[in-house]
Design a protein around this ligand. Structure first.
Ligand code: HAM
Length: 410
C-alpha cells in the first residue's frame, strides 16, 4: 500500500523537472513544423487496438484490458497512434483532409519493469495524416531531429532506418521468411517457433541467442522490394542526406507493431542499457482504412518521454529567485504583501516564516534562492529591507522598491 503499483512511478518535482524541459522543447518544435496538440481518451474500445496493432505483437499481449459495468471491453491505451486515427475518423476528417496532430501523455503496457521501461510510461508523439510522399517522411524525421537537438541529445543518438516495403513486397518477403525458417525450424528458439506460426516477421525481432546465427542469413526485405517501394525508400534516404540528417540503414529493423509499411525508424542510444530506443515510428498508410476510414496515407513517431528525461538527468525542480524572511512574529501579512509585489513582477518567491533567523536562511539556501529579503517590525515600519545575495554573500539595506529592482536584475 505504501508503494506505487509495480511499473509505475511517482514523478515528484526533481524527477518531473526534466520532463518539463522535454515538453517545452517538444512544443517549441511543433510550432516550427505547424503541428497542433490534441488530448484524447486514455482508453478506447479494445477493438481499436486489436485491429491496429496486429495479432501476436508483444504490445497487443501487454494491454490492460477490462470490462466496464456494462460488459463492454476497453483497454488502456498502449500507444497513441491507434486512438488518434480513431479520433481523426470520428471527426469525419478522413475525406481527404490532412491533419498534423501531436500528443503528450501516459501509455500503459504490462511489461517487465526495468530502468527506462515502465508499465505506465509517457510518450510525446506526432502524426501527419493525409501525407503520402517520401518528403513527408523526411519532414517528420527532420522534426524529430530538431526536437532532439533542442535537448542537446541528437549528437549521442543514432537514427536507424529501414523500409518494410509495400503490400506486395511484404507478401513475397513473408513467404520467403516462412520458407527459410521452416527449413531450420528445429534450430529456432521456442519463442521463435511460436512466432513462426502466428507472426513470422516478429522472428526478426528476436533477442534469443540461439536465433542470431539464423537471423544473419534470413532473407531481407530489400531483396523483395517492388520498384515503387524501392523508389520511396531511395527518396527518403536522399532527402535525409540533402537535409544533413545522419542515419544508418538497419535492414533488420522491423518494429513491434503491424501497421507499418515503407519507412520505419528508431533513434537509439547506448546510454540506457537494453532500453535503447528513445524515439520511433514510421509510415502506416493502411491504418485509417483498417479502422473504418477512407484510405489515408500517414506517417508519425512517438518519443519515450521517460527515456529522454532519464538521459537529461534529475534537475533542480525550479529556480527560486527570492526568499522573503519576516524576522518577527505578526509580520505574515506584510510578508505576503512584499511577496505579492515581487510576484506581480514575475519573480518566483517563497515566504519562510518558521524558525529563527539562521534556520530561515538555511532553508532559503536549501531551496536554492538567489536572494533573501529580510525585515523585522521596525524595518517594516520604516520601509527598510535587508537584501542579501545568497550566492555572493553581499547584503544591503534598501527600500522595497529598490530591492524589487535589484531582484529583477535592473
Ligand atoms: P513504440 O516503439 O512502441 O511505438 O513506442 C515509442 C517509444 O515509446 C519507444 O521508442 C520508447 O522510447 C517508448 N516506450 C515504449 N514502451 C515503453 C515502456 N514500457 N516504458 C518506457 N518507454 C517506452 C509506438 O508507440 C508508435 N505508436 C509510434 C508511432 C507513432 N508510429 C507512428 N506514429
Amino acid at each position: 500500500m505504501s508503494q506505487p503499483p509495480k511499473g509505475t512511478r511517482d514523478l515528484l518535482p526533481e524527477i518531473w523537472a526534466p520532463y518539463q524541459r522535454v515538453l517545452e522543447a517538444f512544443e517549441a518544435s511543433l510550432t516550427e513544423y505547424n503541428y497542433n496538440m490534441v488530448e484524447l481518451p486514455l482508453f478506447e474500445s479494445t477493438q481499436v487496438y486489436a485491429r491496429s496493432l496486429g495479432e501476436g505483437t508483444d504490445i497487443s499481449k501487454e494491454m490492460y484490458t477490462f470490462e466496464d459495468r456494462n460488459g463492454d471491453s476497453f483497454s488502456l491505451r498502449p500507444e497513441g497512434t491507434a486512438g488518434l486515427v480513431r479520433a481523426y475518423i470520428s471527426a469525419g476528417l478522413s475525406q481527404h483532409k490532412a491533419a498534423k496532430w501531436a500528443y503528450a501523455g501516459p501509455m500503459f503496457r504490462y511489461e517487465r519493469p526495468q530502468k527506462g521501461r515502465y508499465r505506465q510510461f509517457y510518450q510525446l508523439g506526432v502524426e501527419a495524416l493525409g501525407y503520402a510522399s517520401a518528403s513527408d517522411d523526411v519532414e517528420v524525421l527532420d522534426l524529430a531531429h530538431r526536437f532532439l537537438s533542442r535537448l542537446g541529445l541528437a549528437g549521442g543518438l543514432t537514427l536507424e532506418i529501414n523500409s518494410l516495403g509495400d503490400e506486395p513486397s511484404r507478401k513475397s518477403h513473408l513467404q520467403a521468411l516462412v520458407d527459410y525458417f521452416s527449413g531450420c525450424k528445429d534450430q529456432l528458439s521456442q519463442e521463435s517457433q511460436t512466432r513462426l506460426k502466428i507472426n513470422p516477421l516478429r522472428i526478426l525481432d528476436s533477442k534469443q541467442q540461439e536465433d542470431q546465427a539464423l537471423l544473419e542469413k534470413a532473407p531481407v526485405i530489400q531483396d523483395y522490394f517492388t520498384p515503387a517501394a524501392k523508389e520511396h525508400f531511395d527518396q527518403v534516404l536522399k532527402g535525409l542526406t540533402e537535409l544533413g540528417l545522419p542515419y544508418t540503414v538497419n535492414p533488420r529493423l522491423v518494429r513491434g507493431l503491424d501497421y507499418y509499411h515503407h519507412t520505419v525508424f528508431e533513434f537509439t542510444t547506448r546510454d540506457l542499457g537494453s532500453q535503447n530506443a528513445v524515439l520511433s515510428g514510421g509510415r502506416y498508410d493502411g491504418l485509417v482504412e483498417v479502422l473504418g476510414g477512407k484510405p489515408t496515407p500517414a506517417v508519425g513517431w512517438a518519443a519515450g518521454w521517460d527515456r529522454l528525461a532519464l538521459l537529461l538527468g534529475p534537475e533542480e525542480a525550479r529556480s527560486l529567485r527570492c526568499a522573503v524572511l519576516p524576522l518577527d512574529k505578526g509580520l505574515e501579512l506584510k510578508a505576503l504583501k512584499v511577496a505579492q509585489r515581487l510576484r506581480r513582477a514575475g519573480q518566483s518567491v517563497e515566504i519562510i516564516s518558521s524558525g529563527n533567523m539562521s534556520k530561515k536562511l538555511k532553508r532559503a539556501n536549501s531551496l536554492g534562492a538567489q536572494y533573501a529579503l529580510m525585515f523585522g517590525t521596525e524595518e517594516a515600519q520604516s520601509d527598510q529591507i535587508l537584501l542579501k545575495n545568497l550566492k555572493s554573500g553581499e547584503q544591503k539595506t534598501l527600500t522595497l522598491e529598490e530591492a524589487a529592482q535589484e531582484i529583477a536584475g535592473e
